[in-house]
Design a protein around this ligand. Structure first.
Ligand code: CTP
Ligand code: MG
Length: 173
């Protein structure tokens, strides 16, 4: 069980960091250029900005670089089942940001306004996509995915409550 927790969290850290960062950036330029989709609703909405998207990828990758640097030291005490590399950290960070856009695209298609809660989708869109992306180059165990599917909504919800109480976000989801 400990191996599942350590490996899956070590894997997903760049995606979590990428996903958190845009909230702090609060970008101005919507990535959909304020365009509507054929259904008359916004393509993605004002909550998905160009600054947020790229700063998320950069921040997630920087934290990932730190992990690459630290992994040999931690390796003296614990042997991970995979090795982070430039490819894993970029796929995880970019995958998280793309997954977040896909989540918003789906929300807009259901007529949900920017910021309206979509339980499960809001918490898992970024993670599912980043895991799918990174699974191209490393083998991910099913147990890690199950653990992350359970723990991510809890961490996502509590971190959002935290940034909400710091008044960095308008809503606690
Ligand atoms: N954000 C951003 N650019 C992104 C993603 C997020 O600027 N690519 C910022 C926005 O200020 C956004 C906040 O982070 O409001 C929180 O992100 P999220 O909860 O994913 O967006 P919502 O505003 O809830 O919009 P949506 O309904 O589309 O999820
Ligand atoms: Mg939201």
């Amino acid at each position: 069980m400990l191996d599942i927790i350590i490996n899956s969290l070590w894997l997903i850290i760049p995606a979590y960091c990428a996903n958190i960062f845009p909230v702090l950036v609060k970008g101005k330029y919507p990535i959909d250029f304020k365009k509507d989709f054929v259904d008359g609703h916004r393509l993605l909405g004002d909550g998905k900005t160009i600054e947020g998207f790229f700063s998320g990828i950069i921040f997630g990758s920087l934290i990932g670089l730190l992990q690459i640097y630290l992994q040999p030291f931690i390796g003296q005490f614990y042997i991970f089942q995979f090795q982070h590399s430039l490819f894993t950290i970029i796929l995880l960070s970019a995958g998280a940001m793309v997954g977040d856009l896909i989540g918003s695209f789906v929300k807009r298609r259901f007529g949900l306004e920017r910021g309206a809660p979509a339980p499960i989708l809001d918490q898992l869109d970024f993670m599912v996509f980043s895991l799918t992306a990174v699974s191209i180059i490393i083998s991910i165990e099913v147990s890690w995915v199950i653990f992350l599917l359970i723990i991510t909504p809890i961490l996502h919800y509590s971190s959002n409550i935290f940034v909400y109480t710091l008044k960095l976000k308008d809503r606690p989801w």
